[in-house]
Design a protein around this ligand. Structure first.
Ligand code: NDP
Length: 340
């Protein structure tokens, strides 16, 4: 059995979707209530591969909200993630993906030191961040969407916002090793980590976001921002391809310009329907088929019976592992989302 640990994007979203989670009484409750709410096992479903294999999964809502980080409720955020992991383990789930901010909190606050959650000793090999598959899917989106738009990668400048992160650094490695992309712009706040990445890659220009925006043909957004940034379309090159892999989304702006193309990054579409409710709750366009690539990674590990923390620790993702999970992804019928 595989598991998915997820969360909603903000308090308003959580209140609006509470009844779909099966907890209509949570809808009227405010931030403090959500801070004290325990994790909930919301959904159980099965997924069929195009090979015919069938697996069973469960979704756990952690009741974490990104506002817990911006309002410095760090202990609350940590408790949410550890409790959700303990609940997954108590439910005897073999491999569980830590969606969205769950894995970021795990890494940022070094939760591997917190193995004991009341009477449950967490077995970390039962969890994966799902970031290897997410990075693979984003790179395939860069390659396929640019081809579709007639953007020649060998002449293109690609900016990665969140370049030093787990997903961002993997995307940079892939673009460097597997494509002939002309220029890479590296964006994040911490200068030392940017310099370390630049020296690992042996290329890339470190830039502030405002400097990079007018130069980039393609921008990959994989920064861990609790809220999206507003961007004026005049700052962007035309045409420009924006691939937003953030959850919550990195882009706070909705563009209405014929030469600005925005793609939902890190999303895959399965070839067969899944009878579940969670992707409707997170507003996927085709909820029976589309999902976060990190969730799909848990499914792939279950299909392949690779019960191991395939993606674990920060900045450990290799191009070889991306290729391996990518082959499993294709084999079981998942495709990167390519519709704008
Ligand atoms: P990490 O915490 O590993 O990396 C985050 C990166 O963002 C770092 O480079 C960080 O560097 C940078 N960053 C944070 N804030 C800012 C800012 N204000 N401006 C510029 N850079 C910033 O995160 P992950 O790689 O694990 O995840 C990245 C995003 O992808 C998240 O939004 C996450 O929710 C989403 N995600 C999506 C998945 C999917 O399936 N679609 C799966 C998993 C994650 P610095 O701190 O130095 O600025």
């Amino acid at each position: 059995m595989f598991g998915l640990i997820g969360h909603l994007t903000n308090l308003e979203h959580a209140q609006a979707e509470a009844d779909k989670l099966g907890y209509a009484e949570y809808a009227k409750e405010g931030f403090e209530f959500w801070c004290s709410a325990p994790p909930i096992l919301v959904d159980e479903f099965q997924v069929t591969s195009v090979t015919g294999a069938i697996i069973h999964g469960r979704y756990i809502e952690s009741c974490f909200l990104p506002e817990m980080l911006s309002s410095r409720r760090i202990k609350t955020a940590i408790r949410k993630i550890l409790n959700a992991m303990a609940l997954a383990q108590k439910n005897k789930i073999d491999i569980t993906a830590l969606g969205g901010f769950s894995s970021i909190i795990f890494e940022e606050f070094n939760l591997k030191e917190n193995k004991q959650v009341r009477n449950v000793e967490l077995e970390f090999e039962r969890f994966t961040t799902g970031n290897t598959h997410t990075a693979y899917v984003i790179c395939r989106q860069v390659e396929e969407a640019s081809a579709k738009l007639g953007i020649d990668l060998s002449k293109a400048t690609v900016a990665v916002c969140g370049a030093t992160g787990d997903i961002g650094s993997a995307v940079c490695r892939w673009l460097d090793q597997k494509t002939d992309v002309a220029d890479l712009l590296l964006i994040a706040r911490n200068r030392e980590r940017l310099q370390a990445l630049q020296s690992d890659l042996g290329r890339g220009k470190i830039m502030a976001l405002e400097e990079a925006l007018p130069l980039a043909d393609i921008i990959v957004w994989v920064a861990s921002m609790p809220r999206g940034v507003e961007i004026n379309n005049e700052m962007l090159k035309k045409p420009c391809l924006l691939i937003d892999g953030g959850y919550p989304k990195n882009l706070g702006t909705k563009f209405n310009h014929p030469d600005i193309y925005v793609l939902n990054g890190g999303i895959v579409e399965h070839s067969l329907d899944i009878d579940w409710k969670i992707m409707e709750i997170v507003n996927m366009d085709i909820p029976a088929r589309q999902m976060f690539a990190c969730f799909a990674e848990a499914m792939l590990l279950e299909f392949e019976q690779w019960h191991t923390n395939f993606s674990w620790g920060r900045n450990q993702i290799t191009v070889e592992k991306m290729e391996k999970i990518g082959q499993a992804s294709v084999k079981h019928g998942f495709q990167p989302l390519l519709s704008f």
